[in-house]
Design a protein around this ligand. Structure first.
Ligand SMILES: [Zn+2]
Length: 285
């Protein structure tokens, strides 16, 4: 390829960013893997649901893609897509919360950090909630809490299992205590689901932290995670400063948590649907 074999004098004319790395315009055709550092054709990533075709590292995927991966034919019916946070505290940090909401809505085309849907998984109707990390860090506020609760209530009414895919930085601080109350509200709804003898499968993806880990993400009849996902409550730096000890290698990653009994399984993304299907067959026949 001629562009690749330019002579050195030409190369030196290319602009260099401050860190000294050469800046090459790839027009979004290539994506560097965070695991093996190889440059992989973007289409290969897309075809492989954002799992590195070279080393198997699981890059993040968005909420809608996740639902398409798990449901038959990628077909689903969406619920509560019009719910909006009312910004109950009129919260302002470096900028008003209402502006953050507007920016996230525009960037993701979602009403909040979650997509709630119904569809078939291997022919079995399920309720599924999929979190969107790009919407204010996938944080759980009043809308996320309400959407999940309604999804669980719909499952009880229609006698279907529930699958919740978490990808979250935790409770949404801009909604203060109201976001924390969602933890109790969802947990109570999951209790009713349990009393109705319906299964709930929690899928933990990178990252699942804070109040989400401390409530519904760890309350599944099965808690299963993707490989290499960051899962925890407080961040490693906070823990290190509190206990004044160095944390072990791989701390707060799926494999470490599985080894220490915090998870039931670590399942690769491309096997996730088959795994959930088998699990639901086991639970409800
Ligand atoms: Zn890789």
């Amino acid at each position: 390829m001629s562009w690749f074999r330019r002579d050195i004098s030409d190369r030196e004319k290319l602009p260099r960013p401050e860190n000294g790395e050469r800046k090459v315009k790839t027009e979004g055709l290539w994506q560097k893997c965070a695991g093996c550092r190889q440059i992989v054709w973007k289409k290969e990533w897309d075809d492989n649901w954002n799992v590195c075709p070279r080393c198997g590292v699981h890059a993040r995927i968005d909420a809608v893609t996740r639902i398409k991966l798990l449901l038959d034919g990628g077909a689903y019916r969406q619920f509560d897509a019009g719910l909006r946070s009312s910004d109950p505290l009129g919260f302002v940090d470096s900028k008003p919360y209402s502006q953050r909401l507007d920016a996230s809505r525009e960037a993701t085309n979602l009403c909040d950090a979650l997509v709630s849907a119904e569809g078939d998984l291997d022919g079995r109707p399920i309720q599924i909630c999929s979190m969107e990390n790009k919407f204010i860090g996938g944080s759980m506020g009043s809308v996320v809490g309400e959407m999940i609760t309604r999804s669980i209530e719909r499952a009880i009414e229609r006698r279907t299992p529930v699958v919740i895919v978490s990808a979250s930085g935790g409770a949404r601080m801009q909604e203060g205590a109201i976001s924390l109350m969602q933890m109790a509200k969802i947990s109570a709804a999951l209790m009713r689901l349990d009393e109705a003898c319906l299964p709930y499968i929690s899928v933990l993806t990178d990252p699942t932290t804070g109040g989400v880990t401390a409530s519904y993400a760890m309350l599944g009849d099965l808690n299963i995670a993707e490989p290499g996902a960051l899962i925890g409550f407080a961040g490693p730096r906070v823990i290190e400063q509190t206990i004044r000890q160095k944390l072990p290698e791989g701390f707060q990653r799926s494999e470490f948590l599985l080894k220490h009994g915090m998870l039931d399984a670590v399942v690769p993304r491309l096997e996730m649907k088959a795994y959930i299907s088998r699990a639901l067959k086991f639970f409800v026949g």
